[in-house]
Design a binder for this molecule. Sequence first.
Ligand SMILES: [Zn+2]
Length: 273
Amino acid sequence: MDANKLKNSQYLVPELLRMKINFKLLSLFSLTIILLAFSKPVCDDVWGFYGHRLINRMAVFTMPPELIGFFKKNIDYMAEHAVDPDKRRYATKHEGVRHYIDIDMWDKIPFPNVPRDFEEAIIKHCKVMLITGKDSVYFEKKITNDSIFFTTDYIGGVILRMDYPTFVKYWKKVVKPMYYEDEWRLSGYDLDELFNTSYFRANKVDVLIEDHFSEHGIVPYHLEATLYKLTKAFENKDKATILRISAEFGHYISDAHVLCTPLSIITVNLQIR
Ligand SMILES: [Zn+2]
C-alpha cells in the first residue's frame, strides 16, 4: 500500500466485547478504599516502618471468621513484612510508582476521565512516535467512544483509525508484555498486522511508545493486580505466597490511604464477593 492509499484509510475490525475484570474471581475481601491523591515528594514513606507494621497487625483482627485463625497464627510475619515494598522501593524504577497516585494530574473528583483499566489509562496518556530512517515524529492520538485515531502530517498526512476495543485487545497481547522493558517498540511487521497493510514493513517504519501515565503513580491499579495474585495463591492453597502477598497488599492499601496535599479524594468500592 502506498502513502496515498494509506492516507485517510479506515481499518474496520469487528467489534469485540471489551475485557472486563471478573471481580467474582477476586473473592477474598470486600474493600472500600479511600484513595487520597498526593504529591510524591511530600508523601514518601509517610507511614514509616512502625506505622506500616502496626496497620498490618491491626488488619489481622478485621479478617472474616474463615481467615482470622490462619492470619492470627502468622500475625508476626504480617507485621514484620508489612515494610517489604518500601525496602525494595529503590531497587527498581517500577516499584516506587506502586505506592501513590497523583490523580489530580488527570482529572477532578470523581475522576470520570481516568480509565479504571490500567492498560487503557496507559493508552490514553502514552505518546506514539513514528521512526523511519533519520526521521522521528509523534503521532497525534485521539480516542472516541468506539475508535482510536493516529494522525501525522508526515508522508503526506496519515490517518489511521481502528476500532478501539480491538486496539485494546491487541495492546494487551503485544504491548503489555513490554511493560518492564526499557523500550516499547512495534516493528513494521507488527504495524502491518495491526492495521492490515503492507506499508510499514516495506518502508522500514517502526513505532516507539512512551508511557507517560505510570510516572505519576499507579497504586489503585497495582492493588488490583496484587489482589488477583492473592486470589490465585488462595486457589492454589499456597500458604507462603498467601502470607507474602497479603503482607504487601496491606502495605499498598495503607499507602493508598495517605492524606497529603493537594487534597483529592476518590472512593473506590471494590465489591468482591
Ligand atoms: Zn510505601
